[in-house]
Design a protein around this ligand. Structure first.
Ligand SMILES: [Zn+2]
Length: 335
């Protein structure tokens, strides 16, 4: 696995006390030497404005660029350096995805700020440009089908909206029901040509390891296998972890790795290892560092000790909700 990382990913600031803070990246960087050598790390360059426009209206790009300073929404501040930082995150996402595609090697883009709440003409929820959507749109110049699996605890409303009408991009999201941004109902399946290609799996609070395992085995992996993408992108949020303070799902660190192992295997079997992971949220810095570095170790076939291994959902607390998504999607897929 190659890791895409830029020194400036630790430089971006929001406002004092904000959870999307430089310490997130510093915690990850402090553990990277345990799982990867410097020779396997690549420094990305910023996305161009033309590349940002692959997933955004030009007006949105100039809005972020020329905003000045102040709140974009209640949670997201724009500083003079935000446009450059967000462009650099999008660049990392594109270059990680392209590298993976060209070399058939899994990649991890350790980018900040996150992106999945940014739509074609809006930002929000700590997101300015939709990194994964830009990367997917960039890959679509080379291939016909790309799948995005979003395991952040929040629904990726921006990614969902950008590809709502597309049958070429399969967007699958697991997220906690009823929290920010309030979207991602299981009946939101995409529109027109894209109907059936948005797969939303909202889960009740306390859902964790057993529920996710069920969702992946009965719904997500079967749909991925039927869709047969040529590349797999993973929006990786560490905030579905039981240690995270922003939400109430309860994945353990081994629970995360169990899901990533399924995606790794799928990416190897179906996509020739064209698998790229892009960082979204995750606000308990130590748990985030543990699951990110555990994932890199997994892809490199290395052991990695994890201390946040308490399994809180052993019975499938959210299986009934998974069942609702299966019922809706049995119209489009053999699930
Ligand atoms: Zn999140």
């Amino acid at each position: 696995m190659k890791v895409f990382l830029h020194d400036d990913y630790s430089q971006l600031t929001q406002t004092p006390g904000h959870p999307e803070c430089p310490e997130r990246m510093e915690a990850i960087i402090s553990r990277l030497p345990e799982v990867i050598s410097p020779a396997d790390m690549i420094m990305p360059v910023p996305a161009s404005e033309d590349q940002l426009a692959l997933a955004h209206e030009p007006d949105h790009v100039s809005f972020i660029k020329n905003f000045g300073e102040g709140y974009m929404d209640a949670d997201s501040y724009i500083h003079s350096h935000t446009f450059d930082m967000a462009s650099l995150a999008a660049g990392g996402a594109i270059q990680a995805a392209e590298y993976s595609f060209d070399n058939k090697v899994p990649t991890y883009a350790l980018t900040r700020p996150p992106g999945h709440h940014a739509g074609s003409d809006y930002g929000g929820g700590f997101c300015y440009f939709n990194n994964v959507a830009i990367a997917a749109a960039s890959l679509l110049k080379k291939v016909k089908k790309v799948a995005i699996v979003d395991i952040d605890v929040h629904h990726g409303n921006g990614t969902n909206d950008i590809f709502s009408y597309s049958k070429d991009i399969l967007y699958i999201s697991t997220h906690q029901y009823g929290i920010y941004p309030g979207t991602g109902h299981f009946k939101d399946v995409g529109r027109d040509e894209g109907e059936g290609f948005n797969v939303n799996v909202p889960l009740p609070a306390r859902s964790g390891d057993a529920t996710f395992d069920h969702a992946f085995d009965k719904l997500i992996i079967p749909i991925l296998k039927q869709f047969k993408p040529e590349a797999l992108l993973i929006s990786f949020g560490g905030d579905a972890h039981y240690k995270d303070m922003l939400a109430s799902l309860t994945l353990s660190s081994p629970g995360y790795l169990n899901l990533l192992a399924k995606l790794k295997e799928f990416g190897a079997e179906v996509c020739d290892n064209r698998t790229s992971i892009l960082l979204e949220g995750g606000y308990h810095t130590q748990a985030l560092a543990e699951v990110v570095c555990g994932t890199i170790a997994l892809f490199n076939g290395k052991e990695f000790d994890m201390k946040y291994d308490e399994v809180m959902d052993t019975d499938g607390i959210g299986n009934e909700y998974v069942g609702k998504a299966i019922e809706v999607h049995s119209k489009y897929w053999d699930v």
